[in-house]
Structure formats: structure tokens, C-alpha cells
Design a protein around this ligand. Structure first.
Ligand code: NAP
Length: 284
């Protein structure tokens, strides 16, 4: 059985390859990358697979039984890119595609949902067997801002009292591995989120507790938060998008209490306090 992973050079894909090697022989794993040299350290075969170049995809998918399609990070181009992968998978005779979608993609107010839903629809229409992993937010999306919050004296955002059921990339990577190698996941859609939810005030309190510095959460109107991000050097379009997602979070877009992620990985998801401690250790 051969399992291939797209986006294998990305942060999630790398973790999936690493964890998959603990479950199946490395000889049964293929890392797909638009720049295969970037995948050379993964310890598995790597093949060129560029979502924008269908000829590379069909070649890369030859002999593959199960494919993990990690959603592209090129927002706006993704529906077409993912369609290329699904068409190539069909031509190459792939048996099942596991796709990383977005939490509650069918009801989510986030602008990101549209491309994920289009991909889910393309997958269902393809006739291929599929498993959809609707991933919630990575905790790292927030812990990545701890250094900035410490430097600025406050954690800023627009999520208000919105609760975020995040989990770490490691948790989501283990879920992908479970869906790839486990039985009975055909035709299933999983809503994957952390066991516990928290607000940005909770996050600021946790940072304060662990560092001994008073870091309050400062909630900003969406436009002010976008402007602040731009001031920190985030490109304008991206700053607007991030602020918009935070507003979505204030409306519950990132909240889920189904605990399907911990059920899939067979252990509790990583608590916020652990993720904050790990991030502070990395920053020190
Ligand atoms: N749930 C969340 O909170 C969250 C947050 C951010 C993103 N996401 C989504 O989850 C995905 C995985 O997350 P991540 O943290 O691993 O993202 P990441 O580190 O940015 O990795 C994205 C991967 O997509 C690959 N890619 C981009 N364009 C491609 C193309 N044209 N052809 C082939 N590969 C291409 C990149 O290849 P290169 O290495 O060559 O650049 C990289 O391997 C993201 O791509 C995004 O869709 C989710």
C-alpha cells in the first residue's frame, strides 16, 4: 500500500510524514512537493507535484493507493488547484483521497470556507472514495504572536469573547495519519477541533501567568486590528483577511464541542497551557 502526502514540505505535511513513518514502512510513503529537493530530509521517496501543473500530478500519483491532499496555502487559487489534484488522482487510479478542509465548512462565516466547500464537492463528484478532515484553527496561529504581545505589552485581536476550540498542528497531523491508515473512514466527514475552548482573554491570562508579566487582551475593531497588523509589516490583503477571521471567531466560527479530534487520535488534544509553555520555551 502506498500513501502519498501533498504539501509534504509544509508545516503540517512534514509532521504527517514524520508520524506516518511510525505506523507504516518508509518505503510505502511518498512525499509530494513542488520543489522535491525541499523534501529530501524527510527520509521517504519524494516526487514533484505542483498543483498548478497537472502533468506533474498524474506522474506523481502513479501507484499511489491513498492520498492526503493537504489544502494549498495559495488562497484564491485553491479550488482550481485542488481540482487538478482530484482529476489527476482519478486518472492515476488512486483509491481514496483524504482532504484537509475547514471546520464547519458548510456553515462557516469565514471567507476561507468557499474554496474548501468547492473542493469537498469536487471530491464527492469525482466518484473517488474520500475522507474529509474539517480542521479547526491551529493553536500556533495564536502562540506565534506571543513574542509580539510581550514586546507590545498586550495581546491584540478582534475575536472579542469568541471561543476558539483550537488544537496543535501535531494533533491535526495525528488525525490525518489515523484517517490514512485506519479502517472505516471512507465517505466520512470529521469536524476536528480541540477538546477545550478558550477566548483571547484566556490566552492573554495564560501568557501573563507563565511569564509573570501583565499582558492584557485588547479587543480592537476589525479595521483597527487590520491596520495594526499592517503596521507590523503584514501585507495589507493578508492583514485584512486575518482581522476578518478574528471577527468570524467572535461569532463562533472557530468553536466546536464535538471532540471528534481526540476520538480520532485516541488521546486528549494538546491543552492551550501546554502550547503556550512550548511556544515560550521555543522563544527563549
Ligand atoms: N487550520 C489552520 O489554522 C490553518 C492555518 C493556516 C493554513 N491552513 C491550511 O492548512 C494547510 C497546511 O497548513 P501548513 O501550516 O502546513 O501550511 P504551510 O506550512 O504554509 O504549507 C503549505 C504547503 O502547500 C504547498 N503548496 C503551496 N502551493 C503549492 C503548489 N502550487 N503546488 C504544490 N504544493 C503547494 C507548500 O509548498 P512549498 O513548501 O513549496 O511552499 C507547502 O508545502 C495550508 O496550506 C492551508 O490551506 C490551516
Amino acid at each position: 500500500m502506498t500513501i502519498a502526502i501533498t504539501g509534504a514540505t509544509g508545516q503540517l505535511g512534514r509532521l504527517v510524514v514524520e508520524k506516518l513513518k511510525e505506523k507504516v514502512p518508509a518505503s510505502e510513503i511518498v512525499a509530494l512537493a513542488r520543489t522535491p529537493e525541499k523534501a529530501s530530509g524527510l527520509g521517504v521517496e519524494s516526487r514533484e507535484a505542483d498543483y498548478e501543473r497537472p502533468e506533474t500530478l498524474e506522474r506523481a500519483l502513479r501507484g499511489v493507493d491513498t492520498l492526503l491532499l493537504v489544502s494549498s496555502n495559495e488562497v484564491g487559487k485553491r479550488a482550481a488547484q485542488h481540482r487538478n489534484v482530484i482529476e489527476a488522482a482519478k486518472k492515476a487510479g488512486v483509491k481514496r483521497v483524504v482532504y484537509t478542509s475547514l471546520l464547519h465548512a458548510d456553515t462557516s462565516p469565514l471567507d476561507l470556507a468557499e474554496e474548501h466547500l468547492a473542493t469537498e464537492a469536487a471530491l464527492k463528484a469525482s466518484g473517488l472514495s474520500y475522507t474529509i478532515l474539517r480542521n479547526g484553527w491551529y493553536t500556533e496561529n495564536y502562540t506565534g504572536s506571543i513574542a509580539g504581545a510581550l514586546a507590545g505589552g498586550a495581546f491584540i485581536g478582534s475575536a472579542g469573547e469568541g471561543r476558539v476550540s483550537s488544537a496543535t498542528r501535531e494533533d491535526f497531523a495525528e488525525a490525518a495519519v489515523a484517517a490514512l491508515v485506519g479502517e472505516g473512514h471512507e465517505g466520512k466527514t470529521y469536524e476536528l477541533a480541540g477538546d477545550d475552548s478558550w477566548t483571547l482573554s484566556d490566552l492573554a491570562a495564560e501568557i501573563s501567568r507563565r511569564t509573570g508579566k501583565e499582558i492584557p487582551y485588547k479587543n480592537l475593531p476589525e479595521s483597527e486590528y487590520a491596520a495594526a497588523l499592517k503596521g507590523f509589516g503584514v501585507p495589507e490583503a493578508w492583514a485584512g483577511a486575518i482581522a476578518g477571521w478574528d471577527t468570524g471567531a467572535s461569532r463562533g466560527a472557530l468553536y466546536d464541542e464535538g471532540r471528534q479530534l481526540s476520538a480520532l487520535i485516541g488521546r486528549p488534544t494538546t491543552p492551550l497551557s501546554t502550547a503556550v509553555a512550548d511556544a515560550l520555551k521555543r522563544n527563549s
